[in-house]
Design a protein around this ligand. Structure first.
Ligand code: ZN
Length: 63
């Protein structure tokens, strides 16, 4: 599966209905509010949640 954050084909987890690789997950999990990356990842999560909600409203295509 392709990670929705870094776009690489890696094993990982399904979070909020999207696939996220271990590297991105750990980056997200261990980012602190003092880390510049925190806002970056929070924005990604918001985008992904919006994507997930939008996708659910469609008929789910076989993939
Ligand atoms: Zn990734």
């Amino acid at each position: 599966m392709y990670c929705k954050i870094c776009g690489q084909n890696k094993r990982g987890y399904r979070v909020f209905g999207i696939h996220m690789c271990r590297e991105c997950m750990s980056e997200l999990a261990f980012s602190s509010v003092y880390d510049e990356k925190y806002n970056f990842y929070m924005n990604i999560v918001r985008i992904l949640l919006g994507y997930y909600i939008g996708e659910r409203q469609l008929a789910n295509p076989a993939n």
